[in-house]
Design a binder for this molecule. Structure first.
Ligand code: BJW
Ligand code: ZN
Length: 236
């Protein structure tokens, strides 16, 4: 299996990658779902919504503040580093991530489509201003904008649209990839998960790296059941 995947990757000039929370698990960041996938005993569906934020901005910010502290202490692992390396070797390469932790940036990846935004950015709920903020922990929660409006995390919650035009770019990359790598995602959150069958139907060879099986494991060309930080460096 791994030999086949290695050969596909070596021969491909165009590669697209979709990552999820599992790629950061070996950096010590808990996943949302699956074994050990609990964020302080909250389900993402309960806190990652505009309704939850409207009801109790302080609670939602406590969750994000806690995560920001955890992520600030973490470092990219061999899987993040291997993808940054792969980008330098392929003429056409697109990294699509559902993660908001910024570990791909810190590993040196250059072109990243962050489908679900960035935990290190803030957005004003009143004037729409959007700015970076790397304080962890935040000195005061909930944080506010210069205009006095309440600030929210610069991420995409359930029921919200993805950043303008980004899904189109991701679909284009998936459709034109010779190899599509799916790493560390439970593949249940849409529209991101839809990229997997889309890539496959467009003719890509799909390689999945995940210690557990997912709704797409049976239809991908190669499902490698192992932790990404161990397997990915061997694959490249
Ligand atoms: C390892 C490992 C190791 C462990 N190595 N692997 C179609 C059908 C049904 C529903 C919908 C649909 N289309 C849209 C929806 C609704 C909804 C949705 O998908 N709901 C489903 C839950 C049913 N989608 C949305 O609402 C999206 N928006 C939208 O569709 O808008 C439409 C619209 C248009 C116009 C106007 C208005 C609206 C938005 C989705 C936003 C998701 N947001 C979150 C929070 C982001 C911010 C934050 O981080 O706080 O994104 S939820 C959470 O889930 C987060 C993640 O990015 C996302 C995906 O999770 P991921 O990455 O897959 O992680 P896990 O934990 O689920 O899986 C980890 C995996 O790693 C596991 O499989 C492990 O086995 C594995 N693993 N260790 C490799 N070492
Ligand atoms: Zn403002």
């Amino acid at each position: 299996m791994i030999g086949q995947a290695r050969e596909w990757l070596a021969q491909a000039a165009s590669v697209a990658v979709l990552t999820g929370a599992g790629i950061s698990a070996e950096s010590g960041i808990p996943t949302f779902r699956g074994a050990g996938g609990l964020w302080k005993n909250y389900k993402p569906e309960d806190l990652a919504t505009a309704e939850a934020f409207g009801r109790d901005p302080r609670l939602v910010w406590e969750w994000y503040n806690w995560r920001r502290e955890l992520i600030a202490k973490a470092a990219p692992n061999p899987a993040h580093l291997a993808l940054a390396q792969l980008e330098t070797r392929k003429p056409r390469f697109t990294l699509i991530t559902q993660n908001v932790d910024g570990l791909h940036d810190r590993a040196g990846s250059r072109r990243i489509l962050k489908l679900h935004g960035d935990i290190w950015r803030m957005r004003c709920t009143v004037c729409g201003a959007n700015w970076p903020d790397r304080c962890a922990p935040l000195p005061r929660i909930p944080p506010h904008c210069h205009c006095g409006g309440l600030a929210r995390p610069g991420v995409v919650w359930f029921g919200e649209p993805l950043p303008d035009g980004m899904m189109n770019e991701a679909e284009h990359a998936a459709a034109s990839a010779e190899v599509f790598l799916v790493i560390g995602t439970s593949a249940v959150v849409y529209p991101a998960a839809g990229l997997v069958p889309y890539a496959r139907q467009s003719g890509a060879k799909v390689i999945e790296i995940n210690p557990e099986s997912t709704p797409f494991s049976a239809m991908v060309g190669c499902a490698l059941q192992a932790p990404a930080g161990e397997l990915l460096p061997k694959l490249l």
